[in-house]
Write a protein that binds this ligand. Structure first.
Ligand SMILES: *[C@@H]1O[C@H](CO)[C@@H](O)[C@H](O)[C@H]1NC(C)=O
Ligand SMILES: *[C@@H]1O[C@H](CO)[C@@H](O)[C@H](O)[C@H]1NC(C)=O
Ligand SMILES: *[C@@H]1O[C@H](CO)[C@@H](O)[C@H](O)[C@H]1NC(C)=O
Ligand SMILES: *[C@@H]1O[C@H](CO)[C@@H](O)[C@H](O)[C@H]1NC(C)=O
Ligand SMILES: *[C@@H]1O[C@H](CO)[C@@H](O)[C@H](O)[C@H]1NC(C)=O
Ligand SMILES: *[C@@H]1O[C@H](CO)[C@@H](O)[C@H](O)[C@H]1NC(C)=O
Length: 423
C-alpha cells in the first residue's frame, strides 16, 4: 500500500473507532442515568446485559430443532391414540420468537407494528417463507404430505406471513397477502364446536389450550392490519369460548385444563398442563395488545379488559403452583410435577408484557415473580443454548432434550424483559 493511501486508511480507522466508541459511551451514559434514578432497575439492566449473551445460542438451538414430522401418542381411555403432526406450530412459534428478538418494532408489542419501518425483518421472513408452501391454504403443511390434522397450528405463522405484505423483501406484497388470505379462508372454514369456537382439530371438534396461541393472534393481526373489526371480535370470541370450555377448578384456583373432546363430550387431557397455560396466556395477551393497537381500540375496551382479566387469572393460579425451585411443574394437577423451564419462560414473558402494557393490573408482584422464574430458567441454559429441564412437546408426561417451543418461549421471555426495561 502506498504511503498516502495508508495514512488515509489509518485516519478512516480512527474515525470509525471514534464513532463506534461514542455510541458505546452514549449507551453507558443511559445506563448510568437509569442507575442514578432507580437502583432496582439498574441491577436489572446490568443483569440483562450479562444474560443477553445467551440469546444467540438459544436462538440457533431453536432454529436447529424445528421438526418436519412427528407422531404424538396419547393415552385415551386405555387406548393409545396416535396423532400425526407436522409440528406446524414449531415454525410459526419460532417465527414469532425471532421477530420479538431481532425486529421487535414489527411485533405487536412494538410501538407501531403495522407500518414499514424501512428495514427488512429478514430472519423472520425466512421462516415465514418456509411456511408458505401448501395448496390447501394451511401454512407449514407441505413439509411432508399435508396430512396434518391440526386445524389451527399452521395459523401460528399467519402474522409473520402477513408481515411480508408491507415490509421490504424480494417476494412482493401480493405473494404474502394471498398466502395469508388462503390461511384465513381455511381457518374460517374449520368446523365449529358446540359453543361456536373454531376447532383445534380438523378431524373432529376439540378444544386445546394450545389453540389460543395458534389461531386468535393471527385473526386479530389480520383484522388490525386490514381494519376489520369482525376479525378482531372473532379472535376475542375464540379466547372466550376456549376458556369457557377448558376452565376448571384447580388446586390453586380456576385454571385451564389441556384438551376437551366436544364430539365425545369427554376430556382427552383434564390435567392442568403448565405449557397449556403458557399457550393460552401468550395468545390472549397478544390479542389484547393487538386490539389496543388497532383502529378499534376505543370501542373494544370491554374485550381488552376481559382478556387482561383472563390472563391475570392464569398467572395468579400458575404462580401459586410454582415449585420451590421457582420453575413451573409440568402439570399443576393431573400429571407429573417435574420442573419445566419451557412453560416457566412462557409465563414469565406474559408477566413482563402484562406489566408493560397493563401496569394497573400487573403490578410489581408479577415482575418480581417473573425475575425469580427467569433466573431459575437461565440457570438451566447450557453452553449450547439449550434449556433444561423441559417437557417433551410430544409426550407431555416426559422430559425432553431439546424443545423448539421451549427455546422460543425463552426468547420471548428475554424480549419481554428487555422491553419492560425499555432497553
Ligand atoms: C424503580 O423501578 C421499579 C421497577 O420498575 C419501580 O417499581 C419503582 O417505582 C422505581 N422507583 C423509582 C424511584 O423510579
Ligand atoms: C367438518 O365435519 C365433517 C363431519 O362432521 C367432516 O366431514 C368435515 O371434513 C369437517 N370439515 C372441516 C373443514 O374440518
Ligand atoms: C372482514 O373479514 C371477513 C372475513 O374475511 C369478511 O367476510 C368481511 O367482509 C370483512 N369485513 C370488512 C368490513 O372488511
Ligand atoms: C368502532 O370504531 C371504529 C373506528 O373508530 C368505527 O369505524 C366503528 O363504526 C366502531 N364500531 C362500533 C360497533 O361502534
Ligand atoms: C398480585 O397482587 C394483586 C393485588 O394485590 C393480587 O390480586 C394478585 O393475586 C397478586 N398476584 C401474584 C401473582 O402475586
Ligand atoms: C400423564 O400421567 C397421569 C398420571 O400421572 C395420567 O393420569 C395421564 O393420563 C397421563 N397423560 C398422558 C397424556 O399420558
Amino acid at each position: 500500500m502506498q504511503r498516502p493511501l495508508f495514512y488515509l486508511y489509518l485516519s478512516l480507522l480512527v474515525f470509525v473507532q471514534a464513532v463506534l466508541g461514542s455510541r458505546h459511551i452514549s449507551r453507558l451514559t443511559t445506563y448510568h442515568e437509569i442507575r442514578a434514578d432507580n437502583s432496582t432497575n439498574a441491577a436489572e439492566v446490568s443483569l440483562w446485559w450479562q444474560h443477553s449473551r445467551l440469546v444467540e445460542n438459544i436462538k440457533s438451538a431453536m432454529l436447529a430443532s424445528i421438526r418436519t414430522r412427528c407422531v404424538l401418542s396419547l393415552r385415551k381411555v386405555s387406548v393409545i391414540v396416535r396423532y400425526l403432526y407436522h409440528c406446524s406450530w414449531e415454525q410459526g412459534t419460532a417465527s414469532q420468537a425471532v421477530l420479538e428478538t431481532d425486529n421487535p418494532e414489527y411485533s405487536v408489542f412494538g410501538k407501531s407494528p403495522f407500518q414499514d419501518h424501512r428495514n427488512a425483518p429478514t430472519s423472520t421472513l425466512q421462516l415465514a417463507l418456509s411456511a408458505v408452501q401448501t395448496p390447501d391454504g394451511r401454512l407449514s403443511q407441505q413439509i411432508n404430505d399435508a396430512e396434518d390434522a391440526a386445524a389451527l397450528d399452521g395459523a401460528s405463522a399467519g402474522s409473520t406471513v402477513l408481515l411480508g405484505s408491507f415490509t421490504r423483501n424480494p417476494r412482493g406484497s401480493q405473494y404474502w397477502e394471498s398466502a395469508a388470505d388462503k390461511e384465513l379462508a381455511y381457518v374460517l372454514s374449520v368446523n365449529r364446536t358446540s359453543n361456536g369456537a373454531i376447532s383445534q382439530r380438523a378431524d373432529g371438534r376439540q378444544y386445546w389450550a394450545d389453540g389460543v396461541f395458534m389461531g386468535p393472534p393471527f385473526l386479530a393481526y389480520y383484522g388490525a392490519l386490514h381494519n376489520n373489526q369482525s376479525l378482531l371480535q372473532l379472535a376475542y370470541d375464540n379466547c372466550r369460548l376456549y376458556r369457557e370450555a377448558l376452565l376448571i377448578d384447580g388446586p390453586t384456583g380456576p385454571l385451564w385444563a389441556h384438551i376437551y373432546d366436544d364430539d365425545t363430550k369427554s376430556w382427552i387431557d383434564e390435567g392442568i398442563w403448565a405449557t397449556g397455560l403458557g399457550w393460552a396466556s401468550l395468545g390472549m395477551i397478544r390479542v389484547a395488545v393487538t386490539i389496543r393497537k388497532s383502529a378499534f381500540t376505543s370501542n373494544m375496551t370491554e374485550q381488552v379488559n376481559d382478556l387482561v382479566a383472563w390472563t391475570k387469572e392464569i398467572l395468579d393460579g400458575a404462580f401459586l403452583g410454582l415449585r420451590t425451585d421457582n420453575l413451573m411443574p409440568d402439570y399443576i394437577t393431573g400429571g407429573p410435577s417435574f420442573a419445566d423451564s419451557s412453560s416457566s419462560s412462557a409465563l414469565a414473558s406474559v408477566a413482563y408484557r402484562g406489566a408493560k402494557f397493563f401496569p394497573e393490573t400487573f403490578g410489581c408482584n408479577y415482575t418480581r415473580k417473573a425475575a425469580e422464574i427467569r433466573e431459575a430458567v437461565i440457570c438451566g441454559v447450557d453452553s449450547m443454548g439449550v434449556l433444561s429441564p423441559v417437557v417433551d412437546p410430544l409426550s407431555w408426561n416426559a422430559t425432553g432434550v431439546l424443545s423448539t417451543e421451549g427455546q422460543a418461549f425463552a426468547l420471548m421471555m428475554f424480549a419481554a424483559w428487555k422491553d419492560w426495561l425499555c432497553l
